[in-house]
Write a protein that binds this ligand. Sequence first.
Ligand code: ADP
Ligand code: MG
Length: 239
Amino acid sequence: MIKQEIMDILHRARINGWLMEPEAKRVFALAGLPVPRFAWAADLQESLQHAARIGYPLVAKVVSPAVVHKSEVDGVGVGIADESQLRTFYERVSGLPGFAGLLIEEMAAGMELIAGAKLDFQFGLIILLGIGGISVEVYDDVAIRMAPICPADVEMMLRELKGEKLLSGFRGKPAVNREKLVRVLVDFAALVQEMVPYIASIDLNPLLCSGEECIIADARIMLGEVFVRTGGPDTSFVR
Ligand code: ADP
Ligand code: MG
């Protein structure tokens, strides 16, 4: 059963058709999936307050229903070192269309992976896992499975990736914590299965994986067309 708090967030987001990053991260946090410590600040004052609590250096991002790809509008500040840098960032992005505040979050380190879910009208819920960054753009290095998935499925998906070597400590880089990675994917897929009547697709890009943890550093949830229009579940997918 989906928690009421998650359903409330999904309903509120119908007006935009998708969940902005702080909304998506709240959903994942409520479901027990790993996200960075984050806060959604409405104005500069709140941004500075949350930043003081979370600690510098940090990541700040524009929140706007009109901005789906934040980097494309220079809306992501990674490694913001102090108050003055945060002020400068705020001044710059607060003029962007639809500006609805800043996401302030802790920095996460690790290798960039991508994960996702999408509803295919023939196959139903599809789960995707791949190597992120340049690898996904150039080599399209992803593995795909139909839900549900178990830990052994994720292991097989990882073995299918051309860049699998990168996960086990390549050229002096630390190995990724595979157990945590598998856990995140299995938990993600289980949550998404419950969300099938309400969503169209979900992108986690990147999932940052280090030797210690595997954390969702960016998330976008696109709502299903029937749910957006009617507020009720779309029951056309076989589950
Ligand atoms: P976009 O909407 O452009 O995809 P992202 O939220 O993915 O924006 O941020 C762009 C990039 O910034 C990410 O691909 C990642 O490299 C980096 N990044 C984002 N969040 C964090 C974080 N919490 N810690 C470290 N790096 C991050
Ligand atoms: Mg991203």
